[in-house]
Ligand binder design. Structure first.
Ligand SMILES: *[C@@H]1O[C@H](CO)[C@@H](O)[C@H](O)[C@H]1NC(C)=O
Length: 452
């Protein structure tokens, strides 16, 4: 009897312990996935307007004066490494009518200047100039910009911190603050630099993918205690490139300067992006799979391109040597042209951060080149401007090289159709970027009391 009682007591205590731990623990903690992948408002699979968390009534009673000069835009990059982001923002902002742009870029690399110079724009931007020239008054005709596109905003604000108060008090400039590290925006220092601009609705934040916009909203700027929550948007960092190929150079010497079709010089090849690093990629199994594709005697022309750099190059087994190419130190045009010839690009994310707080440059690179990525559903969801029609899907439990095996078995037609879908999607996104930035600028100028 006693024994039974103590057993009941024990059971009772256990029951209470279990139920309290179920009902009284943090009800949310266990349910928040570590990585939030969905875009804020754009459902995956469709190119939607970027999230616009506007609590700001843009029609507030700012007295409007008609604005009739050119809109002066200064675009800065003070980090020296985000060439493609610069090119994308140059293209979409300088495509607007009545815009005069000055570019200040620390280190334009790998021929990005040639790509920007080839853009078909209503008015040619100046530069790239050195970042120290911005606000230096070296040229007497220099004016304060109406719009400042800070493409490396985290560090641009620090670089120009001595000028921020002057610009704010002057009341003429509106900032587009482009975010690369959404997780750095819960840091006090950048917050101090930006918060006054936020209070006056003179800054908005632009990320490079919907997933990073969502992160910024949930974990960064969106958490700031300000009277006016700022706008958070995203822009897909892509731009048009004339892809070159041997065939096309021939055509050009024949006097044809028309934009080149991308299928020119197609190869039976795929490309892997990422630094040569055995800790990031299992080269042994990759090479043995390539060997097995080749050993059947099919795919005699199959080539694997390893795009990247690093001294830690993997050793290629002799049997597959003729089928593997290291492609390093390419210019951007060569890089995109090479990818354009392949049937698939395989990204390798260095960390899961590329699914929540950071945006990978491999994803836009595939779009720019017009080639499908090998991508998981998770990636397509995070980079919400992609959809299943423009990728080779990598299902759960399968490796990227498994997918390559599947694609090899398809017909040439099937592979071309997918590439065609990517190119169409790319062209739509580029057009959409220009259209959206036009709307953003109208809105910004209205907020500044100037009707465009
Ligand atoms: C911006 O700051 C720098 C450094 O203090 C200064 O030399 C420059 O004159 C400032 N520019 C303007 C327009 O005030």
């Amino acid at each position: 009897m006693r024994r039974r009682l103590s057993l009941l007591l024990l059971l009772g205590i256990l029951f209470v312990l279990i139920t309290t731990s179920i009902f009284f623990s943090d009800p949310i903690r266990g349910y928040i996935p570590k990585t939030t992948t969905g875009p804020v408002t754009a459902p995956p699979g469709s190119l939607q307007e970027p999230p616009s968390h506007s609590n700001v009534d843009t029609t507030t009673k700012v007295p409007q004066t008609k604005f009739d000069g050119a809109v002066h835009i200064a675009l800065t990059e003070t980090g020296g490494s985000h060439d493609e982001v610069v090119a994308a923002f140059v293209h979409s902002f300088a495509s607007q009518p009545r815009v005069q742009m000055d570019i200040y870029q620390l280190l334009p690399r790998f021929g990005i200047k040639d790509i920007m110079a080839s853009f078909d724009l209503p008015s040619k931007p100046s530069g790239p100039n050195d970042p120290s020239d911005f606000l230096s008054w070296k040229k007497p005709e220099q004016k304060l910009p109406d719009i400042w596109v800070a493409t490396t905003c985290e560090i641009d604000l620090l670089y120009y911190q001595k000028n921020l108060t002057m610009l704010l008090e002057n009341g003429k400039t509106y900032i587009y603050c482009v975010i690369h590290h959404a997780d750095r925006w819960n840091n006090q220092k950048v917050k101090n630099l930006a918060s006054q601009w936020v209070e006056q609705s003179r800054i908005e934040f632009v990320t490079l993918s919907p997933h990073t916009a969502e992160y910024l909203q949930k974990e960064g700027v969106g958490k700031w205690r300000v009277s006016m929550p700022p706008l958070i948007r995203y822009l897909v960092p892509i731009f048009p490139v004339s892809i070159t190929s041997e065939e096309s150079t021939q055509k050009q010497t024949n006097g044809e300067n028309a934009p080149l079709p991308m299928v020119a010089n197609e190869e039976l090849s795929f490309a892997l992006q990422g630094d040569y690093d055995p800790s990031r990629r299992d080269y042994t199994s990759l090479f043995s799979r390539l060997d097995s594709f080749l050993s059947g005697g099919n795919y005699k022309d199959l080539t694997m391109h390893l795009l990247g750099h690093g001294d830690n190059k993997p050793i290629i087994p002799d049997t597959i040597k003729p089928h593997v190419q290291f492609n390093e130190r390419l210019s951007y045009i060569e890089y995109y042209s090479l990818i354009a010839r392949t049937f698939a690009l395989l990204p390798a994310f260095a960390s899961v951060e590329y699914l929540d707080r950071k945006a990978s440059s491999t994803i836009p690179a595939a779009l720019i080149a017009g080639v499908p990525l090998v991508a998981t559903k998770e990636m397509v969801q995070a980079y919400g401007y992609l959809n299943m029609d423009v990728v080779w899907e990598q299902e759960v439990g399968r490796s990227d090289i498994d997918v390559v095996g599947d694609v090899l078995k398809m017909t040439v037609e099937e592979r071309r159709r997918k590439k065609q879908a990517v190119r169409e999607s790319r062209d739509e996104i580029i057009k959409g970027n220009t259209r959206r930035v036009g709307e953003w600028l109208q809105e910004a100028m209205r907020r500044m009391g100037r009707e465009l």
